[in-house]
Design a protein around this ligand. Structure first.
Ligand code: LM2
Ligand code: CA
Length: 503
């Protein structure tokens, strides 16, 4: 694992914080910046803070508050937002994936709110990655009006794109130009994904428009982009677009690995980082099958993207709806998968945070005008296996997950040590700074686990973070290289140098 990309990202956030400070003194649009609630980025070990959180369908105002009050203090490095551009009307969550224009006006908030959110997150030491929908426009066959009032039809977006200007692909496959085979690279990149008007991303005009949109978001302070549907954009087109963005723009391409498919995640590593979908899929099978130790080794083989290019996740908004990966309804297994993700040395982790739903299409709670209501985490923060429709799950605040984010922050780039196994229990260490013990079995494990942590008393941060030297959960004693641990069935225990009792 290399530390350099993390350091670069950290430097980027630091630069952004300085830029925000400058904007404040000159009376810029970010006057409502609040001071960070926790220690600033400088107080943290260099190279850490690589954990992201996808706050799916959270409004800009709600993200701003969360950055200040929770994400920064907990040690999250960056937040992934839902798409910020104008979109089609409708109550479903996926309206965000049908752009009507590149105005930063959506039911998640206005341009001003978006800029204020970025500023607040930066002030809390949290970077911002926006979901960029640039492969396509709408999938509506009849004309309509977007969220911000822009008129459009399927292949005509006044002032932006039109068929007359040659801005759309028409691949000539089937009656509707839809992708029918993922084994055909031409179709995947030139036909339509679910009827969504496919932009001719190879043309200069289209590239100019997309560069203008992404550059505009960068001017609002955004650090980087998740490139939605990157698999459907030829890598050379995406490279041409990204090559024109301001230096330091963070890119993570969404290229879903599919067996036998000609378009692969590896083809996009020259452009930036790439989401490694195989990790979440594989961890799901291994945790369900009780193979925690195997799961901890994921990524050490050669079938995944190189570690320094890969971003991993247990689930995202699509896999959650496809039920292909573990989710909150899986209870303890889901928590263990998240602990493994945060403990591993492979890739960069993204924690997912969504809302309860019984209908796959159901959007988040909206007011009478269709604006999304600000997220509020339940008083009883979880984990639970049941959430009512629209209730915010707030996985990122669950004790074991939040505690492990702090753990990862503390262990930084320390290497993964030799694994230890004892029945259904399994331990993983990171250098001399952290130890995690997972119990995948049905009985409590009581054991003396070898550790390179120095002698002392440590808080089990999997039960929640340490606050001013006091533990939320139990304290664990380390003496002569052995940790005296008791781990309940299907739970984890985590110790690190930054959470010693009394410090
Ligand atoms: C993605 N990544 O590549 C997003 O992560 C995924 O959530 C998006 O699909 C997809 N690509 C397009 O950006 C979602 C959702 C679809 C939805 C589309 C477009 O999963 O169900 O499609 O957004 O809003 C919907 C309808 C579909 C219809 C389409 C066009 O479900 O039946 O197709 O709109 O009107 C005729
Ligand atoms: Ca395409």
């Amino acid at each position: 694992m290399t530390g350099r990309p993390r350091l670069a990202f950290l430097a980027l956030i630091a630069a952004a914080v300085v830029a925000v400070a400058a904007a404040c003194t000159t009376g810029g649009p970010v006057s409502s910046v609040t001071a960070p609630a926790g220690p600033g980025p400088a107080a943290r070990p260099a190279g850490a803070r690589d954990v992201g959180v996808q706050l799916f369908q959270w409004t800009w105002d709600a993200i701003a508050t969360e950055c200040t009050d929770h994400l920064g203090p907990a040690g999250y490095g960056w937040v992934l937002t839902s798409p910020p551009q104008e979109h089609v009307l409708g109550s479903q969550w996926w309206t965000a994936y049908q752009p009507v224009s590149y105005r930063i006006e959506s039911r998640l908030g206005s341009r001003t709110q978006f800029a204020a959110m970025v500023a607040a997150c930066h002030a809390a030491g949290v970077g911002v990655v926006a979901d960029a929908v640039i492969n396509h426009m709408t999938g509506k066959d009849s004309p309509g009006t977007g969220w911000a009032g822009s008129a459009y039809s399927h292949y005509d977006y006044p002032g932006i794109w039109s068929d007359a200007a040659g801005d759309f692909h028409h691949c000539g496959v089937g009656p509707a130009d839809d992708i029918s085979s993922y084994r055909d690279a031409y179709q995947v990149q030139n036909c339509e994904l679910s009827n969504l008007a496919d932009l001719a991303t190879g043309t200069k005009h289209v590239q100019d428009g997309i560069v203008a949109y992404l550059t505009d978001l960068r001017s609002l302070g955004v650090d980087g982009f998740r490139i939605d549907a990157a698999k459907h954009i030829p890598a050379q087109d995406l490279a041409a677009i990204v090559g024109r963005l301001p230096a330091g723009t963070r890119i993570v391409s969404e290229v879903i690995r599919g067996s036998g498919e000609p378009v692969t995640p590896e083809q996009y590593t020259g452009i930036g980082d790439v989401l490694e979908f195989a990790w979440g899929k594989d961890v799901t099978g291994m945790v369900r099958g009780g193979s925690l130790r195997l799961a901890a080794g994921l990524g050490t083989g050669s079938t995944y993207l190189p570690s320094d290019k890969a971003w991993i996740f247990v689930e995202n908004h699509d896999t959650e709806r496809g039920r292909a990966t573990l989710g909150y309804a899986d209870g303890a297994d889901y928590v263990l998968a998240n602990v493994l993700m945060l403990a591993t040395g492979y890739g960069r982790p993204i924690v997912y945070s969504g809302y309860g739903f019984s209908d796959r299409d159901a959007g988040p709670v909206q007011d009478a005008a269709g604006k999304v209501v600000d997220a509020a985490c339940p008083a009883d923060v979880g984990p639970r296996v049941r959430y009512t429709d629209g209730e915010w799950v707030c996985q990122h605040r669950w004790a074991a997950i939040e505690g492990m984010v702090g753990w990862r922050d503390a262990v930084g780039d320390d290497p993964v040590g030799d694994p230890w196994q004892h029945g259904d229990a399994f331990a993983l260490s990171r250098g001399t700074r952290g130890l995690v013990v997972l119990n995948g079995g049905n009985v409590e494990v009581a054991a003396q686990v070898p550790t390179t942590l120095s002698d002392g008393s440590y808080c089990d941060v999997a039960a929640g973070p340490a606050v001013e030297g006091r533990c939320t959960g139990d304290a664990v004693t380390v003496r002569a290289g052995l940790g005296d641990v008791h781990v309940a069935p299907h739970t984890a225990l985590a110790l690190h140098v930054g959470a010693r009792v009394g410090d």
